[in-house]
Design a protein around this ligand. Structure first.
Ligand code: ZN
Ligand code: ZN
Length: 362
């Protein structure tokens, strides 16, 4: 990973905006993905000054780890009153206008720094690092592909042993342990295992419900490998689910395929969304598909660009997004089919490979 090139590009953009420096502050994971993207540092707390005199800072818990992970930057250890220390440090650098990420810096940190360094103007910046992260380098796409492959394999493992009487919570926990045992650094998000009526809730929390014969079971899962996330949704049936579920499955699958077919550089997030949404609307279920079609995935499971009816984004080579149409009947069942896809120079590369051609009956 060429962290130095990323910092150089951020510094170029910061100068364009009339800034003397740009500050990334990660306090207990508040901005971990941006800091990791720019430095490789994976700890919970640290900071980066991008500018004429770049500097990585962290506290004594992480000095040794930073020495291994952070290459090509001086590293300094903050004192216990780290905001006062940082304000002094910025003062000694002689910077006057300092950009600071608006999305991930707390109002408290922002106001304290402004109070402690009255000679410095801190200027909130929208999405500067996040914009860089949209376009993935080949080595980032390979890490996402590795996370997607592990996610596919984990789903295969858990589906093969799925049985009536298992609770959603146990199934989710077994799968999480499997991911970690097979190379995941973490799960990309709280795994969703939703059975029966729970499958109608897009962000369900697995609970004590026991899987029953005749249920649909929705898995929305992802492993995180070397920092990068995967995101996959499949629905399987525990025994014969009946004709209605099979029909809805076919419609959602057609929408998923229409969405994937629409993915290419230059297409707007709105247009890709519409390609899939039209399939569901033409089948008469437009009021059953409430969420956007997809989202970017990378160091975080939800990042830019967005793929939805209100998206302002245009797809570019190197973007990685999900395509996840769904149809939901509250209190009864829901079906969603989600794949990860990378935008390439000659079209798109689907990174998810778990079978979806027909509803799998366990
Ligand atoms: Zn998902
Ligand atoms: Zn998703």
């Amino acid at each position: 990973m060429d962290y130095a090139a990323r910092r150089e590009e951020l510094w170029r953009r910061a100068r364009e905006r009339g800034l003397d420096a740009f500050l990334v502050i990660n306090v207990e994971h508040s901005d971990g993905a941006n800091l990791r993207y720019l430095t490789g540092f994976s700890g919970s707390t640290g900071g980066l000054i991008v500018g004429a005199q770049p500097l990585f800072v962290t506290d004594s818990r992480y000095t040794e780890q930073a020495g291994h992970e952070v290459v090509g930057l001086p590293i300094e250890e903050t004192k216990p009153r780290w905001m006062a220390w940082l304000a002094d440090k910025l003062g000694s650098l002689g910077v006057k206008r300092v950009g600071i990420g608006a999305h991930r810096t707390s109002v408290y940190v922002f106001q304290e720094l402004a109070r402690l360094a009255p000679g410095i103007e801190f200027v909130p910046q929208m999405g500067m690092v996040e914009d860089l992260r949209r376009v993935k380098a080949e080595e980032e796409i390979e890490r996402i592909a590795a996370a997607a492959k592990l996610t596919d394999e984990g789903l295969r493992w858990i589906v093969d042993r799925l049985a009536p009487g298992q609770t959603e919570r146990d199934v989710a926990l077994d799968l999480e342990v499997w991911f970690r045992r097979h190379g995941a650094e973490a799960v990309a998000f709280d795994l969703i295992v939703a059975s029966g009526p729970g499958s109608a809730m897009p962000h369900y929390r697995p609970g004590e419900r026991k899987i029953e014969r005749g249920d649909l079971v929705l898995f929305d899962i992802g492993a995180q490998v070397d920092g990068y996330c995967a995101d996959l949704t499949r629905v399987v049936a525990m025994g014969d689910p009946g004709g209605e579920a099979r029909e809805i499955y076919r419609i959602v699958l057609a929408a998923n395929r229409a969405g994937l077919a629409a993915v290419r550089a230059g297409k707007s997030g709105k247009d890709v969304d519409r390609a899939a949404r039209d399939v569901i609307a033409n089948a008469g279920y437009d009021d059953r598909f409430g969420h956007g079609l997809g989202h970017g995935v990378g160091l975080e499971v939800h990042e830019a660009p967005g793929v939805g009816p209100t998206s302002e984004d245009t797809l570019a080579v190197g973007n990685v997004v999900t395509i996840e149409p769904g149809i939901y009947f509250p209190g009864r069942f829901g079906i969603r089919i989600e794949d990860l896809v990378a935008v390439t120079a000659d079209g798109a590369r689907v990174l998810s490979s778990f079978p979806k051609d027909e509803l799998i009956v366990c």
